[in-house]
Ligand binder design. Structure first.
Ligand SMILES: Cc1cc2nc3c(=O)[nH]c(=O)nc-3n(C[C@H](O)[C@H](O)[C@H](O)COP(=O)(O)O)c2cc1C
Length: 145
C-alpha cells in the first residue's frame, strides 16, 4: 500500500501534523511549495493537509490539486489544523471533488490560538494514520467468497 503526504503550512502547525501523519505511514511529508511536491508514481492514498488563512487555503495547495494526475492519485484523506471551525477541510473537499478525487476520511487537529498542536495531539495524528493504513492493507488482503 503506497501512501503520500502533501501539505501547505504557514506557521508550521499543519507541518507538524503532516510530519506526524507521515511518520505513522512510514513516508515523508512534502510541502506543496517545495521543489519535489509532484507525484510521479501511482499511489493508493494521498494525505492532503492545509489550514485556512484569510478565509482560504494557500495557492500552492490549490495549484497542486489541479495539476496532479488522476492516473496517480484517486483517493485522499484530508487533514487540517484549526482553532475553531475546520474550514480548510471544506475547502479541500470542494477542490478535490472538482478534480474528481474521492475523500475517504478527514482529520482535524484543534489547537489553542497562538499555540502549536500538543505532543499528545501529534501522537494521536500519527496513530490515526498508522491505523488507517493498517485497515486499508487488511481490506486489500481480505478474501471474499
Ligand atoms: C495570518 C493568519 C490568518 C488566518 N486566517 C484564518 C481565517 O481566515 N479563518 C480561520 O478559521 N483561521 C485562520 N487562521 C488560523 C489558522 O488557520 C490556524 O492557526 C492554522 O492552524 C494555521 O496553520 P499553519 O500555520 O500551519 O498553516 C489564520 C492564522 C493566521 C496566522
Amino acid at each position: 500500500m503506497k501512501a503520500a503526504v502533501r501539505y501547505c503550512s504557514d506557521s508550521g502547525k499543519t507541518a507538524l501534523v503532516a510530519e506526524a501523519i507521515a511518520k505513522g505511514l512510514g513516508t515523508e511529508a512534502v510541502a506543496t511549495n517545495s521543489d519535489n511536491f509532484t507525484i510521479d508514481e501511482k499511489i493508493d492514498i494521498l494525505f492532503v493537509g492545509a489550514a485556512v488563512h484569510n478565509n482560504d487555503i494557500k495557492t500552492s495547495m490549490k495549484s497542486f490539486i489541479y495539476h496532479m494526475s488522476l492516473d496517480n492519485v484517486a483517493n485522499a484523506v484530508t487533514f487540517s489544523t484549526s482553532c475553531f471551525i475546520p474550514r480548510a477541510l471544506f475547502i479541500l473537499k470542494k477542490h478535490l471533488f472538482r478534480k474528481g478525487v474521492v475523500i475517504e476520511k478527514s482529520y482535524n487537529v484543534w489547537h489553542f490560538p497562538f499555540c502549536k498542536p500538543t505532543r499528545g495531539a501529534l501522537k494521536k495524528a500519527e496513530k490515526f494514520a498508522r491505523k488507517y493504513i493498517e485497515n486499508k492493507e487488511k481490506e486489500k488482503n481480505d478474501v471474499f467468497i
